[in-house]
Design a binder for this molecule. Sequence first.
Ligand SMILES: C[S@@+](CC[C@H](N)C(=O)[O-])C[C@H]1O[C@@H](n2cnc3c(N)ncnc32)[C@H](O)[C@@H]1O
Length: 254
Amino acid sequence: MSEAHYARIAELYDTFVKTDYDVPFFIQEAQAAHDDVLELMAGTGRLTIPLIEAGISMTCLDFSAEMLAVLRRKLTERGLRAEIHQRNVCDFELGRQFTLIILPFQAFPELTDVEDQRRALQRIRHHLRPDGQFICTLHNPPVRLKYVDHQLRLAVREERADGGHLLVWLLQQHQPATQVVEVLEFFEEYNAEGVLVSKRYSALQFHLLEQARFEALITAAGLEVVALYGDYQKNPFIADTSPFMIWVLRPRAN
Ligand SMILES: C[S@@+](CC[C@H](N)C(=O)[O-])C[C@H]1O[C@@H](n2cnc3c(N)ncnc32)[C@H](O)[C@@H]1O
């Protein structure tokens, strides 16, 4: 269960996830919405903080108390604010609707159970204004699978302020019967003398969601496609080569 995974690694998350390739895309989309944005599975605010700094009013949802504690601390340190809800994306009710809902960083497939995916999309549809949009980002399965090599690999070597290092090792394994990828993550913290001071292990799973399967899910949830991009530069999706599926969706009129 990914809740336990994120509880275990929340304090390390920002040290090993520093990527920002999607930030300009989401700033552009959020500014075009002219409204506050609901960010689902927001985590420690990797994307939230730059969006707020760009002038966007944010409502954030995540089920991990530990990840949200890091987000709250970062907001306080920067004198920023966001509305934060500790909820499961599969059964949330916020009592209002949004012009833009985003689910970034290819996190939706961490819902590996199809029923959870259905429930989440229904809740999202329920929270969208009739003229609203939902942006959901997924990996493109054939391209993502190229990185699943069943080998233990050093993914991150990050120097820390005290001269020590954090090393993150990953072992990714694909289960073809379920189209689930399991990522075993090993975190090693070394002091400035190179002595191992802590080691922890955690596992995360995600579903390789095929285009046709996701289309069926969104249709069942009463959503329809506005655009499908293959990357964060908004190039059209190409099935064999695009790294991502970036879905821009809207409620289907009945
Ligand atoms: C890969 S992290 C992404 C965090 C952040 N969006 C980012 O871009 O760095 C996935 C996040 O989804 C959250 N999450 C996973 N399953 C969830 C669920 N069912 N309901 C709410 N949050 C969930 C985790 O707690 C975690 O913070």
